[in-house]
Every structure is written in C-alpha cells, then in structure tokens.
Design a protein around this ligand. Structure first.
Ligand code: UD2
Length: 313
C-alpha cells in the first residue's frame, strides 16, 4: 500500500511513518519543514518538500497514493491569533488543496488529524462528546473545524472516504520543547532534566487528558486499515483519564531524579481552559481502538528519549 503522510517530518506524523515503514508499506512524506525536522525522516521514505497549499505540491504528493494521513498543520493556538492568515493557509487551504488532489488522483481514504480545540472553552466540566456543538475560540480551532467539515463532506461530495480525529493533549518522544507554546509535558521534562524550575500557569489544578503519541499513531493505522467505509466519522483521540498539572509535575520530576525541584507559579494563561476531558467511546466502537499506554509508562518513555534522543534510520 502506498501511503502519504502529510507533515511526516513532524512530531505525530513521524510516529505514523515509523509504524508504516516497520510493516513494509511504501511511504511518501510531504513537509515544508516549518516545524518538521529532517532528523525525523526515515530512510526509504519518498519526500516531497514544499507547501501543501500549493496545487503542484499537493498533486506531486498524492501521485500513486492509496491512502493519506493528513497531519500537516500549524498547530499553535497563540500563533494563529497573531497571524490568522497564515493559520488559514496552513490549516484550511492546505487541507482543501490536498482533498482536491486526492479526489483527482483516486485516493481511497484520507485520515484527518483534527483537534479538541474545536470544542472551545465553554465545555465547563462536561466531558467532550463528538456530537456536542463546536465553539472554537481561536483561528486555529476555527480553521481546523472548517477543514474537518470538509473531510466530513468528502465521501458524499467527492467519493473519497475519510475519518476525522480530534486529538487531545498528545505527548511523547520527538515533541519539540523549545517554544513557549510547546506541549506542557515536553517543557516540564526538558526543564527537569536540565535541573531548571518550570512555570506552572495558574494554581496547577487544571486538568488535561494526556495521550501517548504511539497510541495516536496506532489509531491512524487502524483507520487506514479499516475494511468498512469510515464515512467522515469523528472520533476523539484521548486516553479517557485526566491528570492535573501538580500531579503531572510531581511524576515528571520524580522520573527525572529531581524529586525536590519546585515549580514556579505564574498567573493563568489568558484563554486557558480549566478542565479538558474526552469521551473515548467513538474510537472504540468504530475502530476497536483505545489508548494502551498509561501516563506513567508514556512518561517513562518520554523522559528516556529526552535524556538521549535516539537516532533512527
Ligand atoms: C492543547 C493543544 C492545543 C489545542 C488546545 C485545545 C497541545 C500542546 N496543545 O492546548 O493545540 O488543541 O489543547 O484546548 O496539546 N502549562 C504550564 N506551564 C507550561 C506550559 C503549559 O503550566 O510551561 C499549562 C497550560 O497553561 C495549560 C496546560 O499546561 O493549562 C496544558 O498546556 P499545553 O500548552 O500543553 O496544552 P493546552 O491544553 O493549552
């Protein structure tokens, strides 16, 4: 099977590529290296370098391809607020261009990496269910929701089967800790290893559903492999368990051998949501998928990788 992974040099995309290569699929990656990294590429994988929002890049990428995992995105909420035009291009225009190219090339299925940001901040303490009304509060969430709608319509309009994931807080090896908006686990781990105090925004009692990247890659493969049409169905991808930041930091500093390292506290981030939890029934019903890696197991693997990033080929 020839599989295109858009954003395949990025954090989540590279984990999908790793699994596809391991089982002998023919893989092509399209990446513009805006956040992807050359060291995340695997040997034996074809590369199309460029911006998927350009028709000729999308057309080259889908040539001869059976199925697609669409992971390419500009994933920063904060950056999208500063530059909504760039977010629109990376998150919506690129998706549209990809879908048109996929339709014209006779691609069988596209699996879309969407986001929990589509739910917005008015969930309160409710558990996010795919049927709830979406209310994004950033250009990022809005663009990702619009692209999700497009992929939901694609089976009907274009005869391209699709599945739409909504990722919660994904973490694991290869997540870049260097931006202030990097995932909190990558930041806390890098800080603990360096013996530096991280900053906890707010009282640290806010909670998130953290899901290990290997589980996310496995869900993508299950969607690629599904025998039945997936017909644009939406599925939260999350572990089904939540943790607050104080407990998270306690676990990470322990694993890093810094049990006494105290975090600094700063005011809560503007727009930060208090609690984020996911209903995980849809992915189980549709794909038979559920998260398998517990937070402590995933954190161990993550800490080990940040201590000694493994080269791969
Ligand atoms: C996640 C997604 C985001 C969007 C959003 C939707 C990630 C990395 N981001 O944002 O793309 O989908 O969910 O709701 O998955 N924090 C600290 N100290 C730090 C960094 C973060 O206290 O140095 C806090 C932060 O204020 C927040 C929590 O940790 O309360 C998680 O932050 P995050 O940036 O990892 O993810 P989140 O949930 O804001």
């Amino acid at each position: 099977m020839r599989v295109l992974v858009t954003g395949g040099a990025g954090f989540i995309g590279s984990h999908i590529v790793e699994r596809l290569v391991a089982r002998g699929d023919d893989v092509v990656v399209v990446d513009d290296f805006s956040t992807g990294k050359a060291e995340n590429l695997f040997t034996g994988v074809d590369l199309v370098e460029g911006d998927l929002a350009e028709a000729k890049i999308a057309e080259r990428a889908v040539k001869g391809v059976d199925v697609v995992c669409h992971c390419a995105a500009s994933a920063s909420v904060a950056k999208s607020i500063v530059d909504p035009v760039a977010s629109n291009a990376a998150n919506l225009q690129a998706a549209t261009q990809l879908l048109v190219a996929a339709r014209d090339a006779g691609v069988r299925r596209v699996v879309y990496s969407g986001t929990a940001a589509v739910y917005g901040s008015d969930l309160g303490t409710d558990t996010a269910l795919e049927t709830m009304r979406e209310a994004p509060v950033s250009p990022y969430g809005m663009n990702k929701l619009a692209a999700e709608h497009l992929f939901r319509m694609a089976p009907e309009l274009y005869g391209v089967d699709t599945a739409c994931f909504r990722y919660f807080n994904i973490y694991g090896p290869r997540q870049d800790p260097t931006s202030p908006y990097s995932g909190v686990i990558s930041i806390f781990t890098a800080k603990a290893i360096a013996g530096e105090a991280p900053t906890i925004f707010g009282d640290g009692r806010q909670s998130r559903d953290f899901c290990f990247v290997g589980d996310v890659a496995r869900a993508n493969i299950a969607a690629l492999d599904a025998d039945e049409p997936l017909a644009g169905q939406i599925m939260n991808l999350a572990s089904g368990a939540t943790t607050d930041l104080l407990a998270l930091w306690a676990e990470i500093r322990g694993l890093c051998g810094r049990p006494d390292l105290e975090a600094e506290h700063a005011p809560a981030r503007v727009g930060d949501i208090r609690d984020s939890s996911a209903d995980v029934g849809a992915a189980r019903r549709i794909l038979g998928w559920q998260a398998e890696v517990s937070l402590s197991e995933g954190l161990q693997q993550t800490v080990a990788w940040y201590r000694a990033p493994l080269p791969h080929s």
